[in-house]
Design a protein around this ligand. Structure first.
Ligand SMILES: C[S@@+](CC[C@H](N)C(=O)[O-])C[C@H]1O[C@@H](n2cnc3c(N)ncnc32)[C@H](O)[C@@H]1O
Length: 315
């Protein structure tokens, strides 16, 4: 069995996407290609799949691993899913049976010492999925002031100790720049020492790392754009399945599904609907689906996963 990055909730994803011979699917977050592989197997002999990833290393890895088995049934594009609409239409995937988003980062990225995603990586603190765009996380740490850093950690990490951490970063960088993920994680460990009465379930730097990654990749804006594009690309009866790993992502998915189910896509602050849109989605999952305890034991990365799915109505 392939073990580079174990696909999360894969049986549930397959059940919801129902790949079949001749079907067209999109995997907007290819990663190691774990979900893609299972979708293409279930769509034997001629179902096709368009796989996107912002990270060129993911595309190259899946090209090498899956191309020999699936040939031209697998279409790969290095692209951010905020560009999903034009990329999919240009590839002929414009009335698809299903679209999957498995958000966040892959085990490959976490383990890559040169990317700065993992707490124990000594290489540069970059954190971009696509290093040809935007700025690395180390630039944010070097240039934002205390208030800006604290706001970022609060907004994208929901970090209650954001102010203390931001001040410690600014103090530390007066002496030397914070260059690696390891240095940043160690600094946060010093600022937030363990409370002996409360067992730690996660590393104290988890929220700050999440915040920096979201910021450098503009992940939440990309997610909004990607979800909109996916609904446009589904054929009636086609399904959108999203796996999210923290509450900020899950909230966006939940609100998006609710808005498309109501029809109205006005932001919650607007008291009266001004968009006049018809419902485009029916919820397939009322509540989010989470992994079984057995899956979490087999794949600890699945621990925080939440799956939501919806079906395109004939609008
Ligand atoms: C959790 S992994 C996907 C794992 C995959 N489902 C599998 O089974 O191997 C998420 C992937 O999505 C990619 N990604 C994250 N945000 C993206 C975006 N906005 N556009 C395109 N790819 C993105 C990451 O580079 C990463 O490779």
């Amino acid at each position: 069995m392939y073990e580079g990055h174990l696909p999360v909730l894969v049986e549930e994803v397959l059940e919801m996407l129902a790949p079949a011979p001749g079907s067209l699917h999109i995997d907007a977050t290819l990663g190691g290609g774990g979900h893609t592989e299972r979708i293409l197997e279930a769509a034997n002999p001629d179902g096709r799949l368009l796989g996107l990833d912002a990270d060129p290393a993911a595309i190259a890895r899946v090209e090498a691993r899956l191309r020999p088995r699936f040939g031209d049934r697998l279409v790969l594009r290095q692209a951010n899913f905020r560009e999903l609409d034009p990329v999919a239409r240009a590839a002929g995937f414009d009335a698809v049976a299903g679209c999957l988003f498995d958000l966040g980062l892959s085990s490959f990225q976490l383990a890559d010492r040169d990317r700065g995603f993992g707490f124990r990586t000594g290489g540069p603190l970059d954190m971009r999925f696509d290093a040809s765009r935007g700025v690395p996380a180390s630039d944010l740490l070097a240039t934002l002031d205390v208030d800006e850093l604290a706001a970022l950690f609060r907004r994208y990490g929901e970090e209650p100790k954001a102010g203390r951490i931001a001040r410690a970063i600014v103090d530390a960088r007066r002496v030397a720049p914070i260059a690696s993920a390891e240095e940043l994680a160690a600094l946060i460990e010093r600022v937030l020492p363990p409370n002996p009465r409360l067992p730690r379930r996660t590393h104290p730097a988890t929220r700050v790392f999440q915040a920096l990654r979201i910021a450098v990749n503009e992940e939440l804006d990309a997610l909004e754009a990607g979800l909109h594009a996916a609904v446009d690309l589904l054929r009636p009866g086609g399904r959108l399945v999203v796996l999210s790993y923290h509450s900020l992502e899950d909230r966006i998915v939940k609100r998006f599904f609710q808005a498309e189910r109501r029809g109205c896509v006005c932001p919650p602050e607007v008291p009266v609907c001004v968009c006049g849109r018809d419902p485009r989605l029916r919820l397939v999952t009322r509540r989010s689906v989470t992994p079984t305890p057995a899956e979490v034991v087999a794949n600890p990365r699945a621990r925080s996963a939440r799956l939501r799915a919806a079906e395109r109505l004939a609008a």
